[in-house]
Design a protein around this ligand. Structure first.
Ligand code: FAD
Length: 349
């Protein structure tokens, strides 16, 4: 079988990149080991333009956000499955100074695409929000599991997915392209998250895996809005609440921990101090993050035709729609990705 590109990994990165290539008429084959504890299957799928303790516009928001909803909406149409949930995010103010600061930004055209409304008084009695808060738009979440399941069925129907481990020792390459177990490809793209750390091509890249834990639980208050301060709290279609996430750089292989569960419940108590009547699930995943917190995109400096599309860390849902376009430009027209995300920033690996 001959293809243009062989993609390793069908997490969010491999899914969206292969979709973009197929839309342009390119031939792809995707290899993915299902049931691995991949980051995409654990993620809450939030896309949020104003993030962090200091509530700043997320990095490159004005480039990233126009791409997000159109892409997931297009994929919903293609796959006939719902997974994009556009939701306002409500962020309570911590104090009067913060309220004043954000009141001052209301007329700022830089924030206009993301502001729905500002409240100077409590909006929800169930939430600790004595100083009001800000309601964001251009935000929501993607049910990534629903997207990956539907897309993997779509690929399988077209014989474009191999559900098995990619074994790099069977990969051969020369000037004419690559061969892997009966598949010939002009290029190979590693979209395999932290799996790239085991690759002979990419193991020296500065990955910095970040563990995250997340709870599904039951509380009485079910607003349509996502509530976000310290933790996020999403009302799921079944009425359960999803609460996350933690960030740790140690205990990566310990599975879900009591510490993380308690941390999430304590932060939730400070946001929505209602009884938690049940915890439905407690899951963990490891984010494919990098030391400089930027994606890693581009062609290997010593091995032409070997590419990487990776390092989406905690923000794959917002980053991948935009950067997949840049990756396609590189694959099809040899346009170099911008310096900040280009693998070239690490020199020879
Ligand atoms: C708790 C938690 C909460 C999160 N919340 C959010 C959020 O709210 N919003 C957000 O944007 N992001 C969130 N993230 C981050 C998000 O999950 C990532 O940014 C994104 O999903 C990364 O996608 P990926 O495809 O690069 O990697 P992955 O999802 O890890 O996918 C890699 C794929 O490659 C496959 N693979 C690896 N090695 C091989 C091999 N040798 N052979 C075959 N297949 C292989 C794996 O099986 C997997 O399918 C969260 C992550 C965690 C852990």
């Amino acid at each position: 079988m001959e293809v243009d590109f062989l993609l390793i990994g069908q997490g969010l990165a491999g899914t969206i990149l292969s979709h973009r290539l197929l839309q342009l008429g390119k031939k792809v084959m995707v290899i993915d080991l299902p049931n691995a504890n991949q980051s995409s299957r654990i993620a809450a799928g939030l896309y949020n333009p104003i993030t962090g303790k200091k509530m700043v516009k997320t990095w490159n928001a004005d480039l990233l956000f126009p791409e997000i909803e159109p892409l997931y909406f297009q994929l919903e149409g293609l796959l006939g499955t719902k997974f994009l949930y556009k939701k306002n995010i409500y962020r309570p103010f911590l104090n009067i100074e913060e309220q004043n600061e954000w009141m001052g930004k209301t007329g700022d055209p830089g924030f206009e695409p993301y502001f729905e409304e500002i409240f100077s008084k409590e909006l929800f009695p169930e939430v600790i929000n004595p100083f009001g808060g800000i309601l964001l738009k251009n935000s929501g979440y993607v049910d990534i599991n629903a997207l990956l399941d539907a897309y993997s069925a779509y690929l399988k129907n077209r014989n474009l997915l191999l559900e098995e481990e990619f074994e790099e020792e069977f990969l051969e390459g020369d000037r004419d392209g690559f061969r892997y177990k009966g598949i010939s490809a002009k290029g190979i793209v590693y979209c395999n998250g932290l799996g790239a750390m085991k690759s002979r091509y990419f193991s020296n890249l500065p990955f910095a895996p970040v563990k995250g834990e997340i709870l599904d639980l039951v509380q009485r208050f079910h607003p349509d809005e996502i509530i976000n301060r310290g933790v996020f709290r999403i009302t799921l279609p079944n009425g359960n609440l999803r609460v996350g996430s933690t960030y740790t750089w140690h205990d990566l292989d310990q599975g879900p921990t009591e510490n993380a569960k308690n941390e999430l419940l304590e932060k939730l108590e400070k946001l929505v101090p209602e009884e938690v009547s049940a915890i439905q699930s407690h899951r963990f995943g490891i984010r494919p993050a990098t030391k400089d917190r930027k994606p890693i995109i581009g062609e290997h400096p010593d091995f032409p035709g070997v590419y990487i599309f990776n390092g989406f860390g905690a923000k794959g849902v917002s980053l991948i729609p935009y950067y997949s376009n840049m990756m396609v430009e590189m694959l099809l027209s040899s346009h170099q990705p911008e310096k900040e995300v280009n693998i070239a920033r690490f020199g020879k690996t």
